[in-house]
Design a protein. Sequence first.
Length: 147
Amino acid sequence: MTNKKLTYYLLAVLLIMGMGAATLVVIYKQREKQPPTTVQPPAPQEKKYRAAPPTLSPEEIEIAKKVEDHYVDITASGFEPKEIKIKTHDQVFWTNKDNKDHKIVGEGWGNLTINPGERFLQAFRKPGTYNYSCALHPELKGTVIVE
């Protein structure tokens, strides 16, 4: 490459670089003229907290240690067993082993639809006789005796 060609080549490179630098300066100046864009912070969201587990008294802890679970199956032919004897504070689980929905209803408790395969739990805190039935199939009846 001759000196003359090299000179032209270098001038062309410098000219291109200069134009690039000039373009950057123009872009930078245009950005300076634009108002700054503001970003809105997200709207405050309500904080969701989980409830702390209840604090039990020493008496309640002793009761909880003695609680027994009892089980009643719900079938197309009825409750099995139909009558169950438990102690105060014990709990009864009803398990729907039928292919239809059932709805346990007692006097002042229950009234929840139990789908096939699901369970319903009721704790009994006072002595007494608790009769119940299925609201969807009234011929199904049972009794919990709390001593």
